[in-house]
Design a binder for this molecule. Sequence first.
Ligand SMILES: *Cc1c(COP(=O)(O)O)cnc(C)c1O
Length: 371
Amino acid sequence: MNIPQINLKRQYDALKEEIEPAVSRVFEGGNFILGKEVKCFEEEMKAFIGVKYALGVGNGTDALTLALKAIGIGPGDEVITVPFTFFSTPEVICNLGARPVFVDIDRHSCNIDPGKIEEKITGRTKAILPVDLYGQSADMEEITKIAKRHNLFVIEDAAQAMGASYKGKRVGSISDIACASFFPTKNLGAAGDGGMLFTNNDELYNLLFSFRVHGASRKYHHERLGFNSRLDEVQAAILRVKLKRLDKWNKRRRYIGGLYTRAFSGFVETPYIKDGNVHIFHQYTIKTKKRDSLTQFLRENGIATAVHYPIPCHLQPALKWLGYKKGDFPVAEEIADAVLSLPVYPELRDDEVEYVIRAVRNFFEKKLDKE
Ligand SMILES: *Cc1c(COP(=O)(O)O)cnc(C)c1O
């Protein structure tokens, strides 16, 4: 068998009959930027998330940039975030002239450890930027409490958690501004780049609305400096087709995740799901000290895996100037050496899931025999 880490062709084959007319509808209409499709998709996402405003933007990274810009982040400011995330998260903070201040992660959930946030708050701290890693919400209740106590904004990087929920609420409806990415490999992926902002705050929404069109609230009237960052009509038309399936897809991801967890318990450290969370397994990520040999074994058996992420952000050369060193975030560093993401996508067939399970178990059973 040959099992890639993700299989977008299989998804396309299943949706072709709906995607192709949706795309040609856009071409027939001749309107490619901020037309009917984006408007409708924003309405549908608002209903899906349960939030007052949704705004389509160019990509997830831009969503983060616009969100931070809307709360006034600039030179001299500090934003608290995690070192264990995709590079975008600290990158946008730096690109606005501000400073990312890292807080180590919880070793089980791999999300920000709320107990370590307060010691990092200074007079310059403006916001906390948690990430919902692998498809599981960060501990938003604790984070919100701390933010309230210190008068900070909470900007959420929800790029991996569309459809997940936290204590009965959808991710995207809980923080001051939440940011989504529709990068093709995300749970809800476009056929190119795309992103979205969610907020319940009127004032922040008006700012975000103008930021995506050069700081104009009316055409050619520029109240402020903004950006050019829009979700385009073709992407929105495709995303509308996929959104209708998202709950079903996430359910299938959770089903596969459940099978993996049952099969691997006792062999390897499986993903930890915190009480009150609905984890949608954007990634199914195990932790093992034998990562390299497991990776190779699975590769030899036709199973592709991935490491999210091999180098924590504080050790990236691009962030060297922040002055962090090895040992500063021991949990993130330990986890970066241990994580391995197995194939988990709705199109994965039952026999393929079985095959992955057998291969992983074979590896550990053989290893145990030898030791
Ligand atoms: C994908 C991702 C982003 C960036 O999204 P893009 O659409 O690729 O710009 C940011 N943060 C996290 C955690 C992500 O997974």
